[in-house]
Write a protein that binds this ligand. Structure first.
Ligand code: ADP
Ligand code: MG
Length: 238
């Protein structure tokens, strides 16, 4: 586990400023949600934490380390995407083991990581199946399993539930929260869904147009919004 510090971070795409000076401190083990309308810069910020985008200015720290110049594989993070990105020709077990195989982990070690992760996620009976034989919710669990086996210091989620139907979305919220309670890994979770933010977050970061409008616990934002944007955004259901 580790804290994450985003210190006066800016990002330009060409001449176009997309992140305009963001400061966020995420404590060890915290579940933090970045929320805001489409295009406000949530994914860009998350991708900078992951090392998939370069930081134009400012600093990103994971624990005590400044990671600005570290490639993704050296950051001790694992990211779960909206579209799962599973390998179709690999079984569930192979998908979950893939990153460990890349690191030449011994078979016994892979086994001792994949099994418990599959158990936590209710995937034990599905280890020999292929992604096409799974439901959307099961695929999403495999994507989480791939992240868990890496035993990262930080989990990053980018709208992981947005491809699921409404009913499944609600149950997966609970599953992800239970998982967090069990592993207590520091988590940064992006969504544009206010209800997801209100029900899942320890702390919410409300963004608009490349800036942070307010940071606080869900009820704090609800009771004492800094401005009309936050009041409107948190107050109105998705
Ligand atoms: P969100 O995830 O909140 O919907 P994004 O971070 O994806 O927002 O995008 C923020 C802004 O940055 C948008 O205006 C988007 O068009 C722009 N953007 C994102 N990625 C790129 C890129 N690779 N090149 C140019 N512009 C980009
Ligand atoms: Mg996005």
């Amino acid at each position: 586990m580790a804290s994450v510090d985003i210190i006066d971070v800016k990002k330009n795409f060409g001449a176009h400023p997309v992140i305009k000076g963001v400061n966020v401190r995420i404590e060890d083990g915290e579940f933090v949600i970045l929320v805001g309308p489409s295009g406000c810069g949530k994914s860009t910020l998350l991708r900078m934490l992951a090392g998939l985008e370069h930081v134009t200015a400012g600093e990103i720290k994971i624990g005590d380390r400044v990671v600005n110049d570290l490639p993704p594989k050296d950051r001790d993070i694992a990211m779960v995407f909206q579209n799962y990105a599973l390998y179709p020709h690999m079984t569930v077990a192979e998908n979950m083991a893939f990153s460990l195989k890349l690191k030449n982990a011994p078979r016994a070690e892979i086994e001792t990581k994949v099994r418990p992760a599959a158990e936590i996620l209710g995937l034990t009976a599905y280890l020999d199946r292929y992604p096409r034989q799974l439901s959307g919710g099961q695929r999403q669990r495999v994507a989480m399993g791939r992240a868990i086996v890496r035993d990262p210091q930080v989990f990053l989620f980018d709208e992981p539930l947005s491809n699921l139907d409404a009913k499944l979305r609600v149950s997966m919220r609970t599953e992800i929260k239970n998982l967090h309670q069990r592993l207590t890994t520091t988590t940064v979770y992006v969504t544009h869904d206010q209800i997801e933010a209100m029900t899942m977050a320890d702390k919410i970061v409300v963004m608009q147009d490349g800036r942070v409008e307010q940071i606080g616990a869900p009820l704090e934002l609800y009771d004492r919004p800094n401005n009309l944007f936050v009041a409107g955004f948190i107050g109105s259901p998705a």
